[in-house]
Design a protein. Structure first.
Length: 122
């Protein structure tokens, strides 16, 4: 990053945190029962990837409306991840999801701030 200026989606701290969340999701879902290989595991991974991927795509979109649409898709995928984390805990696939839920809350706040910033600058 040059002089604190955001040049690429990877410079966005919210994207960095979303990417880290995806990596953690992949790690924990490796430990899920084999019966979830075609059920919860791919859904949870896909939702997690969608958070970061939509941030990346939205970064390059032209126009406020287009950017906000992709950032909103990140928000909705993040809510999906939150539910899958709760379900995983309730099915006893993971002991605790507190840290991951905290990451989701932080990403949600950052996404909201990014979207507000874009709205206010247009």
């Amino acid at each position: 990053m040059l002089e604190g200026k955001i040049q690429d989606f990877t410079d966005l701290i919210v994207w960095q945190k979303a990417h880290a969340l995806v990596l953690r999701i992949y790690r924990i879902t490796k430990l899920f029962p084999d019966e979830e290989r075609f059920g919860l595991v791919p859904q949870m991974r896909r939702a997690g990837v969608s958070v970061a991927a939509n941030l990346a795509e939205g970064f390059k979109r032209q126009g406020t409306k287009n950017k906000l649409q992709f950032y909103n898709m990140s928000q909705t995928s993040l809510e999906e991840v939150r539910y899958y984390l709760m379900l995983s805990r309730d099915l006893d696939y993971v002991q605790s999801v507190d840290e991951l839920m905290g990451s989701c809350q932080e990403i949600a706040r950052m996404l909201k701030g990014l979207m507000n910033s874009i709205r206010n600058s247009s």
